[in-house]
Design a protein around this ligand. Structure first.
Ligand SMILES: *Cc1c(COP(=O)(O)O)cnc(C)c1O
Length: 397
């Protein structure tokens, strides 16, 4: 997953071009910037790469979620169906929009189970925010069908799935809007950054304005620009965009290496009879940032997680015990422990987050371990990793 592993001369060149002009900002200074438009170029190239109509680059993936929710008209009292397995930012975004997150179960894809959506549907449901976790995809076609049938907005948090695709169509382009992150540990990094993509010109227009105090970006005099709506400041700096631009141009190579490394590991571990892998609806479209596997029981998964660490197999995550990615450890979110009162606390209809029935998700997450696929591994390191993993896993099968 990590683009930081391949930071090099290309990134330095892009950043230096910005430093030489002194225009560290994405808007304005048209003369002084010497024709360098890093953020704008990034947007054009990313949209072209994944086949999206529009892209707006912003300061983080979390910002992208806030922008996406605003641009889709999701606000106070609206219910948004979300998975319990995601990075906390997904939920923070929904809550800070004034909306109410409603948790549905995940399935063996480790993403929202299309079958679980109906059960949490209410007259207040406005959107489904699907998260493509750990580099691979949800059953996105079924989820999209469900949304179309029920008249719901489909949104995608594809922060962890840049370059992933389902039957040739890139993740992030299935819904009304898709979100990406370019933070420290993502496939492509800007240092900090994120973006939204959409095919809808209206959604793009609102996103573009909302992320910059409502500026309509018409004309070449910033001070004279109009303001159609209120916004906030979620701008990215031109320096961060420059890093991202060089990284984005390495995406194909990143995906190729990840897929090659993952294939080797998965084939070798596949020889262990009974070891189950995460379900991947379109294996070819997996961005291969992680290899996720399921152990027969929760107690075994917890033990294997410890044993892999002791054996020196680094980069393995047992999400069930993780503070940031699964609802079980999110007592701050379940208790809505915010710095100041959030709009959703005014709604008596909000779910009782302390007493949700997510038995299906618990059953899957308590058995799942994910291993980060690194770009820098040598063939020998992969072979050693396979040997160590087999030694840990074999006794349980
Ligand atoms: C990283 C991530 C985010 C947030 O991105 P930031 O750039 O760190 O704000 C949101 N959702 C998911 C699934 C993520 O992995």
């Amino acid at each position: 997953m990590p683009g930081f592993e391949i930071f090099g001369d290309e990134e330095r060149k892009e950043v230096n071009e910005v430093l030489e002009t002194g225009v560290l900002f994405r808007y304005g200074f048209d003369q002084a910037r010497n024709n360098h438009w890093k953020a704008r170029t990034f947007e054009k190239e990313l949209a072209g790469k994944i086949g999206a109509g529009f892209c707006h680059l912003c300061s983080s993936g979390t910002a992208a979620l806030s922008i996406a929710l605003a641009a889709c008209g999701v606000g106070v009292g609206d219910e948004v169906i979300v998975p319990p397995f995601t990075f906390v930012a997904t939920i923070e975004g929904v809550m800070s929009a004034g909306a109410v997150p409603v948790f549905a179960d995940i399935d063996e894809t480790l993403c929202l189970d299309p079958e679980s959506l109906e059960k949490v549907l209410t007259p207040r449901t406005k959107a489904v925010l699907v998260v493509h976790m750990c580099g691979s995809m949800a059953e996105i076609a079924s989820i999209r069908n469900f949304c179309e049938k029920k008249g719901l907005i489909l949104m995608e948090d594809a922060c962890q799935a840049l370059g992933g695709a389902f039957h040739g169509k890139f993740l992030g382009t299935f819904g009304k809007v898709g979100c990406f992150s370019f933070d420290a540990v993502k496939t492509v990094t800007c240092g900090e950054g994120g973006c939204i993509v959409t095919d809808d010109p209206k959604v793009y227009e609102i996103a573009d304005a909302y992320a910059d105090h409502g500026h309509d970006h018409v004309g070449s005099d910033r001070g004279a620009e109009g303001h159609v709506i209120m916004g906030l400041n979620f701008r990215i700096s031109e320096l961060n965009a420059a890093v991202g631009l060089a990284q984005l141009r390495k995406l194909d190579r990143i995906l190729q290496i990840q897929r090659a490394h993952k294939t080797k590991l998965k084939e070798a571990l596949g020889q262990i009879m009974g070891l189950e892998f995460r379900k991947i609806p379109d294996e070819k479209g997996d961005s291969a940032t992680f290899l996720s596997f399921l152990l027969p029981e929760a107690s075994i998964a917890a033990r294997v997680s410890g044993e892999l660490a002791s054996a020196g197999v680094d980069g393995c995550f047992y999400w069930y015990h993780n503070n940031w990615h699964y609802i079980r450890q999110w007592e701050h979110i379940r208790g809505v422990k915010s710095a100041a009162a959030l709009p959703l606390t005014l709604f008596k209809t909000r779910p009782d987050y302390e007493n949700l029935n997510l038995a299906q998700s618990d059953g899957i997450m308590s058995r799942t371990i994910s291993m980060l696929i690194k770009l820098s591994w040598t063939g020998e390191e992969i072979a050693q990793r396979i040997d160590k993993m087999k030694a840990v896993l074999r006794p349980y099968f």
